[in-house]
Ligand binder design. Structure first.
Ligand code: GN1
Ligand code: MG
Length: 378
C-alpha cells in the first residue's frame, strides 16, 4: 500500500537532488537491517517520445547506527571513485549530488526532521538472501575477494571509522556484559542460556582481535558487511556485477569479510529462522565461497591470514550474536525489528550456527588450505 506521506517525502528528496521527470511510484526494498531503502520510479522521455520508467535507489541512512553520516558519505565517495578509476569497465555505484546552503556540492540531504537521505543509480539485477546455487556463491566469493584486492593499495588512513570498534569483538563482549548488568528492558532472565554460552566461548570468539593486537595480522581496507545480498548479480548469467552497501568500508581484517560472508551465505537457514534445529553450516556453500574468494586473494594474503579464515567464521557468528543479544537486552534500539522477539530469534540462530561451525572447523580449515594452495600455485 502506498503511504502518501512517504511518497511526498520521497518526492521532496528527489527534487532536492534534481532528479528529472515526473515521480511515478515507489516501493520499499525490504533488505537491510539498518537503513531504509526505496526504489523510486520516475517517468522519463528517452528521446523517442516514448515514456520510460527510470528507477533510482533512495536511502534514508540510520543515524542512530551511523553517528557521522557525512564522513560516511566521504568514505563512499573516495572508495567508489577509486574503484571506478581502477576498473572503469566495471558496473559501479554513482551517488547523485545536491546543493548545500552555501552552494557546495553534497552527496546527501539532511531534511527538516533531521533525516539523512542519499540517492544512487539503480542497477538492474537480482540478489539472493539464501543461496544453494554453487555458481552464485562462488561468484559472490570472487566479487568480495576482488573488492578487497581493488582497494589493496588504497591508503586506509584516508577512511573514517564510520562505526568505531565495529569488529572489536572484545569491546562487543564488554558492552554486552555492561548492558546485561543494567538490564534496562528486564529481559536478561529470558536470555540467560544464550548469554552464558556466548561468555563461555569469549576467548575463541576474540581470536581475530587478539591476533591483530599482537601485530600478527595486517590491516586492510575491508567491506565489513559481506552478506551475499550485498552483491548484485546479472539476472541471466548470474555473474556478480557490483558489491553494494559501502557504509562500513573501513580499515579491517580479511577474516572480517570472509567470516561475515560465510556466516550469512553458508547457513542452511535464513539469519532469523526459528527452526534452530535446521541451522548449520553447509560445507558445499562454504567450499564454493572459499574457492571464489581465494581465487582472487590467495596470492596476496599472508599465511597467518589464511589460517584465520576458518576460525573467522566462528568469530563473526559469535560477534553478531553478542550484538543481537545486546540489542535485545537494550530493548531493540539498533536493528530494525519486524516481529516479536526478532533480535532474540536472530541471536539463537547465530548461536546454533556458531556451535555447528565448531564441530566442522577441521573440515573448514582443510578446505581453506586446499583452495589457498591451489590458487597460490597458478
Ligand atoms: C546490518 O543493515 P544490514 O543488513 O546491511 C549490520 C551488519 C550485520 C547485519 C546482520 C551497520 O547490516 O553488521 O551483520 O545487519 N550493519 C550495521 O543482518 O550494523
Ligand atoms: Mg549493511
Amino acid at each position: 500500500m502506498i503511504d502518501q506521506s512517504m511518497a511526498r517525502k520521497l518526492l521532496q528528496v528527489g527534487e532536492a537532488f534534481r532528479i528529472p521527470g515526473p515521480f511515478f511510484s515507489y516501493e520499499e526494498v525490504s533488505q537491510g537491517n539498518v537503513n531504509r531503502t526505496y526504489k523510486v520510479n520516475y517517468i522519463r522521455d528517452d528521446g523517442t517520445g516514448m515514456a520510460q520508467i527510470k528507477p533510482y535507489l533512495v536511502q534514508r541512512v540510520n543515524t542512530y547506527a551511523f553517528r557521522n553520516p557525512i564522513q560516511l558519505m566521504e568514505n563512499i565517495d573516495k572508495v567508489t571513485e577509486y574503484i571506478r578509476r581502477k576498473a572503469p569497465d566495471k558496473v559501479s555505484l554513482h551517488y547523485h549530488h545536491t546543493v548545500g546552503k552555501d552552494g557546495e556540492r553534497l552527496t546527501y540531504l539532511m531534511d527538516e526532521d533531521g533525516s539523512f537521505w542519499r540517492i544512487c543509480n539503480y542497477v538492474p539485477s537480482v540478489t539472493f538472501d539464501t543461496c544453494e546455487d554453487i555458481r552464485v556463491v562462488r561468484n559472490a566469493g570472487e566479487a568480495f575477494g576482488e573488492f578487497q584486492m581493488l582497494l589493496a593499495d588504497f591508503d586506509a588512513s584516508q577512511l573514517f571509522y564510520t562505526i568505531p570498534d565495529f569488529h572489536e569483538t572484545r569491546k562487543r563482549y564488554q558492552t554486552l556484559i555492561e548492558d546485561a548488568k543494567k538490564d534496562d528492558a528486564g529481559r536478561l532472565g529470558e536470555v540467560r542460556q544464550e548469554y552464558d554460552w556466548l561468555l563461555s566461548v569469549q576467548d575463541q570468539a576474540c581470536v581475530l582481535t587478539d591476533l591483530y593486537n599482537r601485530g600478527e595480522l595486517p590491516l586492510r581496507v575491508t567491506h565489513n558487511d559481506t552478506k551475499i545480498n550485498n552483491v548484485l548479480f546479472d539476472e541471466k548469467t548470474l555473474e556478480a556485477l557490483v558489491v553494494v552497501d559501502l557504509d562500513t568500508v573501513m580499515p579491517g581484517l580479511v577474516g572480517h569479510d570472509f567470516g561475515d560472508a560465510i556466516r550469512f551465505a553458508a547457513n542452511f537457514t535464513e539469519e532469523d529462522s526459528e527452526q534452530y534445529g535446521k541451522v548449520g553450516l553447509n560445507l558445499n556453500v562454504f567450499w564454493a565461497f572459499a574457492e571464489g574468494f581465494l581465487s582472487k586473494t590467495a596470492k596476496s594474503l599472508t599465511d597467518a591470514e589464511i589460517e584465520t579464515l576458518g576460525p573467522s567464521c566462528f568469530v563473526l557468528a559469535c560477534e553478531l550474536a553478542t550484538r543481537f543479544l545486546d540489542d535485545y537486552i537494550n530493548g531493540d534500539k539498533y536493528f530494525n525489528v519486524k516481529k516479536d522477539k526478532h533480535n532474540l530469534i536472530r541471536t539463537r540462530c547465530q548461536v546454533a550456527l556458531a556451535k555447528d561451525m565448531l564441530a566442522k572447523m577441521d573440515a573448514m580449515n582443510a578446505i581453506v588450505r586446499e583452495c589457498a594452495r591451489k590458487y597460490q600455485a597458478v
